[in-house]
Every structure is written in structure tokens, then in C-alpha cells.
Design a protein around this ligand. Sequence first.
Ligand SMILES: Cc1cc2nc3c(=O)[nH]c(=O)nc-3n(C[C@H](O)[C@H](O)[C@H](O)COP(=O)(O)OP(=O)(O)OC[C@H]3O[C@@H](n4cnc5c(N)ncnc54)[C@H](O)[C@@H]3O)c2cc1C
Length: 277
Amino acid sequence: MKPAKFDLEKSTDLGEAISALGQADGFAKIVAGGQSLVPMMNLRLAQPDSLVDIRALHDLKRISLDNGQLYVGALTTHAMIEDGLVPDATQGMMQRVARQIAYRAVRNRGTIGGSVAHADPAADWPTALLALGAVAVIQGANAERTMPLGDFQIGAFTVALEPDEVILGFSIPELSADARWGYYKVCRKPGEFADSIGALVIDPARSFARLVLGATDGAPLLLPPSAADKIASSGADGFDIAAARAVIAEAGATFEEYETQIHGAALSRAVQGAFAA
Ligand SMILES: Cc1cc2nc3c(=O)[nH]c(=O)nc-3n(C[C@H](O)[C@H](O)[C@H](O)COP(=O)(O)OP(=O)(O)OC[C@H]3O[C@@H](n4cnc5c(N)ncnc54)[C@H](O)[C@@H]3O)c2cc1C
């Protein structure tokens, strides 16, 4: 199928893009890599009246590592992270996450900002960035604002973004030398969307410990801090599928039996992976 008719505006200026979104006649959408939006338009699941192409916006291409904060512009592609063009502030975690997304042609065009804005429950960045404690940097018509991903990600395909707001990028705390992470994606074939994702980040220098379950039916689930703190202090011993299932139950999340088992396996393997030699 082909998409419904739409207008296309290629923006070269951030203010211009925001005005185009705010003043559009009808339903306007940003397009970045087009790897999620365009398939949805082809299936006519999305029928925007106009697209604002942001790929030329320099404000969204900044990458920096200063004072323990990695900043990754929204237009950074999965392939750029995979190829090490972003400073490794996460001890290889972001590189590993990027490498497991889809296949190279998708990674060449798909962007980290597009992935988070799209908020597909089965996508990788929403879970990985929540586990890392990332903050979204957002530009609206009048002001820039920041929001931790835990607040920004509301549900399946839903984020706290106004129609005329643009994600500029993400601020991600640099992991210290003693930090540990584990990331385990359950999918039928390499590079497919996930059936489950377990992510653990522990950084003793910042007293930071987060255990996140992804590929639920909604936004990634930040599991009770007590579970992550216990793993941080006692290690992975005993954190098997049954223990992971108990943490999911403690969080009040309910899934079909086979989903609970897959989620338990993803979490336990992420935890075991964080403590592997
Ligand atoms: C075959 C295939 C397999 C895939 N497998 C995986 C996978 O295993 N894991 C995974 O995580 N993803 C997967 N994806 C999705 C892929 O990672 C997309 O690149 C990503 O989800 C969207 O990024 P994009 O830049 O292409 O966004 P687009 O498709 O251009 O846009 C997606 C949405 O985000 C909005 N948007 C984009 N940029 C911004 C911004 N800066 N500010 C505000 N809103 C914005 C758009 O308006 C749109 O609503 C797959 C895609 C395909 C086609």
C-alpha cells in the first residue's frame, strides 16, 4: 500500500520546524529516520496531513561528553552509536543496544530520538535509556525543558510531548569505572523487535541501581528500587527466574503466564550478565 497524500516541509532551522508544527493546517508530524513512521503511513495506520523533515537541523546533531554527562542529539542514528561515533560513556552498553536493533539498513537511518518519541513498547532505547537514568531535552515554541525518561514515557506509543515540541536529545550520566550493566533482549531472530527486555545498571559511585523491564504492553517498567539495591549489594547469586518473577509481582504488573516467564528469564539473564566476568 502507498501512504495517503501529505505535504512535506524540509526544515533547516529549529524555530522554523516548531512553527511549522504549531501552525500546520491539519495533523502534522515530524519525520526523522522514517523507519517507524513511514511503514505506518504505508499501512495507513498514520495519515498525517503534513510531515516536517528535521534531518537537516544541526541543533539535534550535537554529541558531547562533559562533566560526567553524555549528551546525544536526537538525530544520532543507531549505526553511529554502534560504530563508536558517540563517546563510550556507558562502558559499551549503548553500543551493544544499538547493535541489536533491527538490521544495518534500519540502523543507518533510524534515530535515537525517533525511537523514544515513537515509544513502541518493544523498542530498545526506551528501556535502555530509562535504565541508564537518561533525561530528555525538549524544545517547544517558547522554552526548552528537560524531563527524566521515567516521566516522559507514559505508555504504548505515548510520550509527554506537545504537538509542537521537538526532542533535542538526551542527557545520560557517565558510568563510573566500578559500574556494572546487563542487557538481555528476548527475540525470535537476531535484530527483531523484543518479546522482552531486561536491563540492569548499577553504579556504586553514584549510589545508582536500576532494574527495568521492557517490551511490556506499555512504557518500560521501572522495577522496585529495593530489588535493584539488593542486587547491587549482594550480587546476582539467587536472582533466577523465580526471583525475577517475584520482583515483577511486587511491582504489581500482571502478564499472561508465558509472558511472565519470558520477562522473568530476560531479567534474570540481564542480572547474571551484569556480574559475568
Ligand atoms: C524492519 C524494522 C525492524 C526494527 N527493529 C527494531 C528493533 O529491533 N528495536 C528497536 O528499538 N527498533 C526497531 N525498529 C525501529 C527503528 O529503530 C526506528 O528507527 C525507530 O523506532 C524510529 O526512529 P526514526 O528516526 O526512524 O523515527 P521516525 O520513523 O522518523 O519517527 C518516529 C516517530 O517519532 C517522531 N519523532 C522523530 N524524531 C523526533 C524528534 N526529534 N522529536 C519529536 N518527535 C520525533 C515522529 O514524528 C514519529 O512519530 C525497527 C524498524 C524496522 C523498519
